[in-house]
Design a binder for this molecule. Structure first.
Ligand code: NI
Length: 194
């Protein structure tokens, strides 16, 4: 896992070329991402975080000890994704990142987004995401453009270790997250995937 300060996290990743779809190398990369994400209890992980400079990320939220307030989302693999912000509603969330060890901080994210991407076999699909899941998608897409959540922290005094998040912020933020989940009840809508 590459960590904050590694210049490889700051590159703009390259598109996966058409000939790579359906191939063993891409499948292996995706499997590595899934294994690493699950192993570390991430809600998502992007290829640059494991040192692969390609536009690939995966997301999945089940029962997650790092993010107990996040709505569940199924395992989804996004290759060469593009993201469009829908509307101007924003949510304020406390994020963390496997590449930013032991730190969390408050950022603003668009409340509704849509993404177009390809699966590992090159089939296009469309995702609508809202609320906390929309934030997750923006966080992961940022990794493909060399951005980290710390770049979006406008108030540095919100930065906290995970232990101090639990001690001082978790109660309040869990309530805020529950309110976001009420307001945005459809975390992820995947369409036109075969
Ligand atoms: Ni991250």
């Amino acid at each position: 896992m590459l960590e904050l300060g590694d210049p490889r996290l700051r590159r703009v990743a390259e598109e996966v070329p058409p000939e790579a779809f359906g191939g063993d190398a891409l499948r292996q990369l995706v499997n590595d991402l899934i294994d690493t994400m699950r192993d570390r209890n991430g809600a998502g992980i992007a290829a640059p975080q494991i040192g692969v400079n390609q536009r690939v990320f995966v997301v999945e939220v089940g029962e997650n000890p790092r993010y107990p307030y996040k709505p569940r989302i199924p395992l989804t693999v996004l290759i060469n994704p593009s993201l469009t912000v829908l509307g101007d509603e924003r949510i304020s969330v406390i994020e963390g990142c496997l590449s930013v060890p032991n730190l969390r901080g408050r950022v603003n994210r668009a409340a509704r987004v849509e993404l177009r991407a390809f699966d590992v076999d090159g089939r296009p699909f469309h995702i609508g995401a809202e609320g906390l899941s929309a934030g997750t998608m923006q966080h992961e897409l940022d990794h493909l453009d060399g951005l980290l959540f710390v770049d979006h922290v406008t108030d540095p005094t919100t930065m906290t270790t995970w232990a101090n998040y639990e001690a001082y912020q978790a109660d309040e933020f869990s309530k805020q997250a529950a309110e976001i989940n009420r307001r945005y009840p459809s975390p992820l809508t995947i369409t036109s995937k075969p």
